[in-house]
Write a protein that binds this ligand. Structure first.
Ligand SMILES: *Cc1c(COP(=O)(O)O)cnc(C)c1O
Length: 391
């Protein structure tokens, strides 16, 4: 056969993120039947590990077959019926997408907006809850990958619950990189993806629902609009009964099992600390190169950095050369930030000092050749100050 494996590229964009060799190895394990007892054992261990990263005791916790967007769709389609009211917080691409999905469920969507690059204000959510009665859910993105904004969730959960609304949180770019704490924060429905801070290839979407959300689900009047994502059937396969619904993507589940095992071995707190440290070092390095961050430190994500493109520098030239000459992928801006920001991910296995320094050095080389005055050596020294201060 004439199959040619692609060369390795250092993935420092908004996802997918670098995959640990052990995870790639697990993907090549023998494919088992999706009802095989040995596979069921792996399913049980995988759902336990998903509970571990979500920090939840929720019984209903499973990986949806599909990427992060399938997780979003599963959360909304199971919770919303035509005519339900949904407050959706929109301050970037993924909030916009959530509003779109909610309206396709037939919900009456009330958007609470903030400027792209800013977090959602708790006061605005409160006003929307005061102005609209019987709101069923409040949807919010924890880590907005289009802007690098980290959203504070606690106040939003508190006010939503005061008005008897359930909170659906998108944790695609936070799970495995910063604390999600489903139970402690009282989040009702939470979904994520495998290809960001979990550092598993794209293809699965961990999902969890608490008792409150489950009660609302059971009180539905209409069948779930999606057959494939209907939790009443999915929970029968992932639960004791092992009732056939669709064939589980067996080898993807091996990969998730391996990726989550690596997370547990590292420990959540150590992993969060690592993400924060490398993020701080990267930002110091960027600043040394004369680059400015889009978001202030108070609500900046440690997993995704939106950095402003300097005046006179062409976005696609730089990204193209990083990819071609240095084998590094970074992301471009979306929506209003297209051409104005780069999005640099330090996610999961990718969040490492060696990657921070390699990117700083490569970016400096590309920027210098375009006439931008900066030094890779100085940027690396600035980053190393952060590592020294930590040790
Ligand atoms: C990446 C992402 C998604 C979508 O995930 P896919 O794996 O691309 O389907 C949803 N929400 C956020 C915040 C994301 O970063």
């Amino acid at each position: 056969m004439q199959l040619k494996e692609p060369q390795e590229v250092l993935l420092m964009g908004p996802g997918p993120s670098p995959v640990h060799p052990e995870v790639l190895h697990a993907m090549s394990w023998n494919t088992l039947g999706h009802l095989d007892p040995d596979f069921m054992e792996i399913m049980n261990q995988t759902t336990d590990l998903i509970r571990y990263v979500f920090e939840t005791e929720n019984q209903v916790t499973l990986p949806i077959s599909g990427t992060g967007s399938a997780g979003m769709e599963a959360a909304l389609v199971n919770m919303l019926e035509p005519g339900d009211k949904a407050i959706i917080c929109v301050n970037g691409v993924f909030g916009t997408r959530m509003a779109d999905v909610a309206s396709r469920c037939g919900a009456e969507v009330i958007e609470v907006k903030a400027q792209w690059g800013s977090p959602i204000e708790y006061e605005d959510v409160k006003k929307a809850l005061q102005a609209n009665d019987n709101v069923k859910i409040v949807g919010i993105v924890h880590a907005e990958t289009s802007t690098g904004v980290m959203q504070s969730l606690e106040p939003i959960v508190e006010v939503a619950h005061q008005y008897d609304a359930l909170v659906i949180a998108d944790t695609v770019t936070s799970l495995g990189g910063l604390p999600v704490k489903v139970d402690q924060r009282g989040l009702d429905v939470v979904y994520s993806g495998t290809q960001k801070c979990i550092s598993c290839p794209p293809g699965l979407a961990p999902l969890t629902l608490n008792e409150r959300a489950l009660a609302a689900f059971k009180a539905r009047k209409n069948a779930v609009q999606s057959w494939y994502l209907d939790l009443s059937m999915l929970t029968r396969y992932w639960g004791e009964e092992r009732f056939y619904h669709h064939t589980a993507p067996v080898n993807m589940i091996y990969a998730l099992f391996a990726a989550l095992t690596l997370i547990k071995e590292e420990g959540l707190q150590a992993r969060f600390d690592r993400h924060l440290l490398n993020s701080k070092a990267l930002v110091k390095g960027f600043e040394s190169l004369g680059l400015e961050m889009l978001t202030p430190e108070t609500y900046r994500l440690p997993s995704l950095h939106a950095v402003k493109i300097p005046e006179g520098v062409n976005d696609t030239d730089v990204r193209g050369r990083l990819r071609k000459e240095h084998n590094i992928e970074i992301g471009g801006g979306l929506g209003p930030f297209k051409g104005n920001v780069w999005r640099v991910g330090l996610m999961g296995h990718g969040s490492q000092q060696a990657n921070v320094e390699r990117l700083l050095n490569s970016l400096a080389e590309v920027l210098q050749s375009l006439g931008h005055n900066c030094s890779g050596k100085e940027a690396i020294a600035a980053a190393e100050q952060v590592y020294k201060a930590d040790s």
